[in-house]
Design a binder for this molecule. Structure first.
Ligand code: FAD
Length: 1176
């Protein structure tokens, strides 16, 4: 249904009024009608009701209108369309009634059943009495006959009007319109009506009803980590690991963890790593005298659950265990009912706690809030402790409240708590900006039960970091037994952002955000309700106990209730008494399985990942580790004099971020670095980048399909492990300096530097300097040093080389460049005249890409280049013909990287420059000695000797079968299309071996490989791929292609170049042009990879699998009998697209921007096909 004209406020008011009256909100309806008569356009509804809420109200009103029409065998009065019908007018004096003067539901009786389904009567739920101490709920709605809207069999309160009014004792006391807490409303043009389908979660529920022993009772449930997504159930006579596959018909296997007790009850537990659990258990036993006694033990379950260590038998009755993973501390809280006891175990193998303290009153909850501090709460108690040398009370907050439960938001540093002050329920917030003042407010709903912060998976923008003073909303959800869920901004206590109602207004004992923060679940014994709170206030899904027989789930049984999310957010668990239900939360077809991606390096490549991954993928936890203290990669590191790009700056930038202000044709390194820093900031890539963090090793865990990376924080010296699904090596092809292997190099006592480790503080003036090398960096360094006052530069040239004239001279002339400098007026014109700049940019890019044929031997352009370069060099070295002779190579131009080298040849002819071709024989404390017997005494030695390129990284990367990339690449760095390597699943290189280009735009190649990787990650997410590894045969095919391709190119000539390895194979360059690479990467050949699918591990003896380090639970533990089958098309989801679920853009494919019209009469004549040589 669409509204094609604005609704008049009269109609809106009528429909809203109609709903209110019918739903039993007499006062609200009456006040609305009064206000309506006076000033119809300024009613509170018209100004304050959220559009979304209003639509619900209108729909309800329309529904009544329809019922009335059906009952009276007449026409519906109002429908969304051009004809709104006449405005409704008051009858019967000041009170509005329906035309018939009869409420709609009474019409049912009058009309002899003409109305098929009268508005159902609201169910009055019987009071629940639970033996587990849970206080029964007040019946939420005494004001009984509100309409319930049927949606997929779920009755649901459809708007916050009724939800807020529920607690009204009678109609006489019902809320007035102005009182109704209807928030922000914009009325007017509405272009769509949401039909909010609430998914029914019941059909795919799995029950773990295996607890036949009546003595067993679940008191705790805890999901493991993403590495170990098992569900731990613990309680009376129970400590069990449940492994649950994700098939449509899931298999369940479970095994009990070993405990040195028989008649026990687990009172607290926590994971202390992904495969170890610490529990506190109480055992009832008899002493020698036959008296009953209890023993409490703190136990660590080790060896995958097959063994245990008793940490202590004197910890008391522990009610809370919290693990501090940063320091490996275990916090245990016990209480004797009156006083609290705090123990911190430094190493949980120690029998005695490292620190102990006691509180005057009982402690009910405790949490670590930093690596060295924790907070405890309880009876009139709220205290922050600090663990350093001693355990000290850092802060005691003055409070009269009995605090029962705590939550901490690590991103904002806010602590939230729920408690009781006499009969009043209290919500408390401790904000880091006011850390001595616990702010409290009476909780607005009856019996608040639980709270949870929404996890922040995508870090905030760099410009608005979360700090105590920021206004970034910190989303906190609370639930109450009345079934009301509140969503707060904890940064603005106590600002309630939303009030939601559970399915059937069922009791909500627990509330929990999914691990990615996307969904909020609230649950009690009768129902589970799931919202996407960012999108709508109506639930997206619900689960009801009444859909099952009591043999599967009996909401009336006694016991603790618990709720938890599977670490990947695809399932919920609820448990009560001895029952556990696993409820899959289906997602639409565009589901984005949460994945973690680690990127190594923040240069051009890594920054690109930091932009495209958040743009194109959802649910990716992205971390970019950068060893330097700043971003920019090669351009941050290389600070030598004269350092600049050697291709035109305007084609050495991101395609989407042109810099119109480059100062020079060959921009200096500093400018490029500033550009990259600006781009990283502009697109907020910074939020993912961890500077001064060096990756020191990476290891592929086959069983878990994860990469483990060891990172060192270079600022603190701390080393830690991080884990990811995908590893992207964007560590640069020219990042490991190659020092020359010259006898005596280390004995040199003067200033020694590599071009990439430049000492910017060194004063070269009046110094004698040796420069080794004739590559790209030497070509830039020598003229710069030559110009410094008093220097004498000796350049040692082992290799011959071509020095090219500046590329594209005709373009620079045409665009009025001043030599290589770009005058300010030219830059201003670029900035102010987009068309002018676009033309220029195209020319530069086309010129660069047009050079490609020059790399093929024997082509006219190659032969022409040789002749032209030779003449140019000869002319520039006219004053020093011997240098020309020494430099002139026999190999073709382009075999080594071509650098235009402005001023290089001219510098060589200057009197303060010596050009030495005799090989270096050794280096001594103060001189370079050459084979011709000469000694060149120097003060400084500059090694412009390049980088170790296309070789294994200087840290171990261990792939499948424990094979390192160092081993694999020992003789040759081989890849598939430069980005993938057989034997190294889920690892992608950017600018890896065979990725660079000798001519044309390298940045476009970086982008295009980045896009390929993004597609691969998306495929893994969508299709539930656990790992993808390129097939060895396809890698072999690529290498065969590479070798064949380069045979005909200039790169295979006899020259020294970083494009080649020791065997002379071309490992540095892409086998083709930039455009060739773009087309290659555009459409991946997915069949070139082998895949494993999540959960599709091998089937084994699933009954007795240990909590194993292999991560595939029962499978690996119990032998290999075959492949567990999963439905590889499970990603088809719940039959919806996200747009269906959100009810928006339901015909997006007709929007002009997505239209793709063929041309007539011959579709193949479309103009853009002549430009871009592909159509799909
Ligand atoms: C002096 C010089 C001049 C160049 N000139 C040009 C040119 O004119 N035109 C051109 O096309 N190309 C040029 N290049 C090539 C240049 O490397 C690429 O153009 C481009 O900068 C590569 O970007 P990248 O992000 O892939 O790698 P890089 O820029 O090298 O960035 C890699 C990043 O990874 C980080 N890193 C490496 N190892 C680790 C680790 N273990 N842990 C954490 N971080 C790590 C590094 O610190 C670095 O910041 C030049 C290179 C150099 C060195």
């Amino acid at each position: 249904m669409t509204v094609d004209m604005p609704l008049s406020s009269n109609i809106v008011n009528y429909l809203v009024w109609r709903y209110l009256q019918e739903a039993g909100y007499g006062n609200a309806a009456q006040q609305l009608s009064r206000g309506w008569n006076r000033e119809p356009d300024t009613l509170p509804f018209a100004r304050h009701v959220a559009q979304h809420t209003l639509i619900n109200l209108l729909q309800d009103g329309l529904w009544f209108d329809k019922l009335q029409a059906e009952a009276g065998n007449g026409e519906q009065r109002y429908h969304f369309g051009r004809d709104h019908g006449r405005p409704y007018s008051a009858r019967n004096g000041e009170m509005l009634t329906l035309d018939q003067g009869v409420p709609a539901h009474l019409l049912v009786d009058e009309s002899n059943g003409a109305v098929q389904e009268p508005p159902p009567k609201r169910k009055l739920k019987g009071k629940k009495s639970k033996a587990n101490g849970i206080v029964p709920s007040m019946n939420a709605q005494i004001n009984g006959d509100a309409m319930e809207v049927e949606q997929n069999g779920n009755t649901h309160v459809s708007n916050s009007v009724r939800a807020e009014s529920e607690a009204m004792a009678s109609e006489a006391e019902s809320a007035t319109v102005a009182d109704l807490p209807i928030s922000t409303l914009s009325i007017g043009l509405s272009t769509e009506i949401q039909t909010e389908v609430i998914a029914d979660l019941a059909p795919n529920t799995t029950f773990l009803a295996d607890l036949h022993d009546p003595e067993m009772l679940i008191e705790h449930t805890s999901w493991g980590t993403r590495q170990q997504p098992v569900l731990l159930t613990a309680g009376r006579s129970l400590l069990r690991v449940n492994l649950l596959s994700k098939d449509p018909t899931p298999t369940i296997s479970a095994y009990d963890l070993a405990l040195p007790m028989s008649n026990f009850s687990v009172t607290a537990l926590c994971w202390n790593s992904h495969d170890e659990v610490v529990v506190s258990a109480r055992e009832e036993c008899m002493n020698e005298l036959g008296d009953k006694m209890v023993v409490d033990k703190l136990i660590k379950v080790v060896e995958g659950g097959t063994d245990y260590q008793v940490i202590s038998a004197s910890a008391g009755l522990v009610n809370t265990l919290q693990w501090n993973k940063d320091r490996d501390y275990l916090l245990s809280i016990s209480t004797d009912g009156e006083k609290g006891s705090i123990k911190v175990w430094k190493n949980n193998n120690d029998a005695l706690p490292a620190w102990t303290d006691f509180t005057e009153t009982a402690i009910y909850d405790a949490l670590w809030i930093s690596e060295s501090s924790f907070v405890v709460c309880g009876i009139q108690l709220f205290q922050v402790y600090e663990v350093q040398e001693d355990l000290t009370v850092q802060r005691t907050l003055d409070t009269q409240v009995t605090w029962e439960t705590l939550k901490y938001d690590p991103t904002s540093g806010i602590i939230a708590a729920l408690g009781m002050d006499g009969q009043n329920s209290i919500l408390g917030i401790l904000h880091p900006s006011d850390s001595l003042n616990l702010r409290i407010q009476e909780y607005p709903d009856l019996y608040p039960m639980n709270l949870d912060f929404r996890p922040v998976t995508v870090p905030p923008l760099a410009d608005s970091p979360i700090d105590p003073s920021s206004t970034y909303p910190v989303v906190l959800a609370t639930c109450s037994m009345s079934g009301a869920i509140r969503v707060w901004d904890a940064n603005e206590p106590f600002q309630c952002l939303k009030r939601l109602s559970t399915t059937d207004d069922s009791q909500a004992f627990k509330v929990a955000f999914s691990p990615d923060g996307a969904l909020l679940a609230a649950a009690g014994p009768d129902a589970v309700t799931v919202w996407d709170v960012r999108k709508r206030e109506m639930p997206i899904a619900s689960w009801r106990a009444q859909d099952f027989g009591h043999e599967k789930w009996d909401p009336g049984v006694s016991g603790e209730f618990s709720l938890g999310w599977d670490p990947d957010g695809s399932r919920l668990s609820i448990a009560l008494g001895n029952q556990v239900a696993i409820v899959p939360v289906p997602s639409p077809i565009e589901n984005f399985r949460p994945l973690k991606v680690i990127v190594i390096g923040a240069g051009y490549s890594g920054i690109y990942c930091g932009i495209r991954i958040p743009e194109r993928l959802k649910n990716v936890d992205l971390v970019i580790y950068e060893k330097n203290a700043g971003v920019g990669g090669a351009w941050y590191e290389n600070r030598y004099l004269g350092c600049a790009c050697d291709v035109p700056s305007h084609s050495y930038q991101y395609s989407f971020e042109p810099n119109k202000n480059w100062s020079s044709l060959y921009a200096p390194a500093r400018e490029i670095q500033a550009y990259l820093e600006g781009v990283a900031k502009k697109y907020s890539a910074n939020r993912f980048i961890k500077l001064s963090h060096e990756i020191q090793g990476c290891r592929w865990d086959e069983a878990k399909a994860k990469w483990h990376a060891t990172a060192k924080n270079l600022s603190t010296g701390e080393t830690f492990d991080d884990t990811s699904d995908v590893l992207i090596s964007a560590r640069g092809n020219l990042n490991t300096p190659a020092w020359p292997d010259i006898n005596g190099l280390k004995t040199f006592k003067g200033e020694l530097m590599h071009s990439a480790t430049w000492n910017e503080k060194y004063d070269f003036a009046d110094k004698r300097i040796a420069v080794i090398g004739t590559g790209s960096s030497s070509i830039q360094i020598v003229p710069s040093l030559q110009r410094i006052s008093g220097t004498h530069v000796t350049t040692f040239a082992r290799s011959k080389t071509w020095i090219s004239p500046p590329f594209g001279q005709q373009i620079w002339d045409k665009y009025s460049f001043d030599g290589f400098q770009i005058p300010q007026e030219v830059r201003d014109l670029f900035a102010n005249d987009p068309e002018h700049y676009q033309k220029f940019r195209l020319l530069v890019e086309e010129d660069g890409n047009g050079v490609h044929p020059a790399t093929i031997k024997g082509t006219p352009i190659q032969l022409g280049a040789r002749q032209m370069f030779e003449e140019n060099m000869k002319q520039r070295l006219a004053a020093a013909p011997h240098i020309f002779e020494s430099l002139l190579p026999s190999f073709s131009p382009g075999c080594r990287r071509l650098t235009p080298g402005p001023g290089y040849l001219e510098a060589l002819t200057q009197p303060n420059v010596a050009f030495v071709t005799s090989p270096i024989s050794k280096i001594s404390e103060s001189a370079v000695h050459t084979a011709d017997g000469q000694t060149h005494t120097i003060d400084a030695l500059v090694c412009a000797t390049g980088f170790r390129s296309a070789v294994a990284p200087p840290f171990p990367i261990t792939g499948s079968n424990n094979r390192t990339i160092q081993q694999k690449w020992e003789t040759r760095a081989t890849t598939y299309l430069s980005h993938s390597t057989a034997g190294f699943p889920n690892l992608f290189n950017m600018l890896g071996p065979n990725a660079a280009i000798g001519s044309g735009s390298l940045t476009m190649m970086i982008e295009t490989v980045g896009d390929y990787i993004v597609k691969a990650v998306r495929k893994m997410q969508k299709e539930n791929i656990g790992s993808m590894a390129v097939k060895q045969e396809r890698e072999d095919d690529f290498i065969e292609y590479v070798d064949a391709y380069f045979e005909k190119t200039v790169f295979k000539d006899e020259c020294n170049s970083w494009y080649k390895n020791k065997a002379g194979q071309i490992v540095g360059l892409w086998p083709g042009s930039t455009l060739h690479c773009i087309e290659c990467m555009r459409s991946p050949r997915w069949e070139d990879f082998d895949y494993t699918y999540v959960d599709e591990h091998e089937r084994g003896d699933e009954s007795a699998a240990p909590l194993d380090a292999n991560g595939d639970g029962g499978a690996a533990g119990g032998g290999r009998k075959g492949q567990r089958r999963v439905n590889r098309l499970a990603w088809l989801g719940n039959g919806n697209s996200v747009n269906n679920e959100e009810g928006k853009h339901l015909a997006w494919y007709l929007y002009p921007e997505f239209e793709d019209r063929p041309v007539a009469p011959r579709p193949e004549d479309k103009a853009r096909l002549a430009v871009r040589p592909f159509s799909y």
